[in-house]
Design a protein around this ligand. Structure first.
Ligand SMILES: *[C@@H]1O[C@H](CO)[C@@H](O)[C@H](O)[C@H]1NC(C)=O
Length: 187
């Protein structure tokens, strides 16, 4: 028998082909590093059709194939951090005044709203969802206490003034959980 070849370098995991079509967006605790996160142990909840954090009201989202790769809901809502009507982050030094994720009911027609383009990264074990310039972490105040509780989710930021994000907040990642398309019943 021959020894294992040392010629091929270890290949990076590549979750990018999974981030397509329809899926749930699961909210996981960001423990110590992206590749330490377990989808089971660190699972906290998911996003609902308004883009809010809930325990189990998991909406089905669609990610666009082409740039900008927007997330939309089954109701036709477009998910963005730029809707002025969404709650502002009041405690972040770096994100103060920025808005929570919201999925608008009016589709893309929000006045002046920028589009968010979402992506995932080769090297992650799982398709964690990112925005902007390696923005793969999000902040929320806590885990919902009840099935009814809905909580805002903001973009994460850090810097000299807040080295680990906003004090007292929970840093989370979003895991894309692909949903198989079920053939529609003709009626
Ligand atoms: C998130 O992970 C950290 C680090 O492992 C842990 O201390 C904390 O209790 C976890 N939070 C929740 C809500 O699970």
């Amino acid at each position: 028998s021959s020894p294992p070849s040392c010629l091929s370098p270890p290949s990076l995991p590549d979750p990018t082909p999974l981030f397509t079509g329809k899926g749930h967006i699961l909210v996981l605790n960001f423990t110590t590093g992206y590749n330490d996160i377990s989808p089971t142990t660190d699972h906290l909840g998911c996003l609902n059709a308004d883009g809010a954090f809930t325990l189990s009201d998991c909406a089905v989202f669609t990610v666009a194939d082409d740039f900008p790769r927007e997330l939309t809901t089954a109701e036709g809502g477009v998910c963005t951090f730029y809707d002025d009507r969404a709650p502002e982050h009041l405690d972040s030094y770096y994100r103060k005044g920025l808005h929570a994720l919201s999925c608008t009911k009016e589709g893309s027609t929000v006045e002046g709203a920028w589009r968010n383009s979402f992506y995932t990264i080769r090297g992650f074990n799982y398709p964690f969802i990112c925005i902007g310039d390696f923005g793969c972490l999000y902040e929320t105040k806590k885990v919902p206490d009840t099935e009814k509780e809905v909580l805002s989710v903001w973009e994460y930021a850090w810097g000299a003034h807040q080295m680990n994000g906003t004090p007292g907040y929970l840093q989370v990642v979003w895991l894309w959980d692909p949903v198989k398309e079920i053939a529609e019943k003709s009626s």
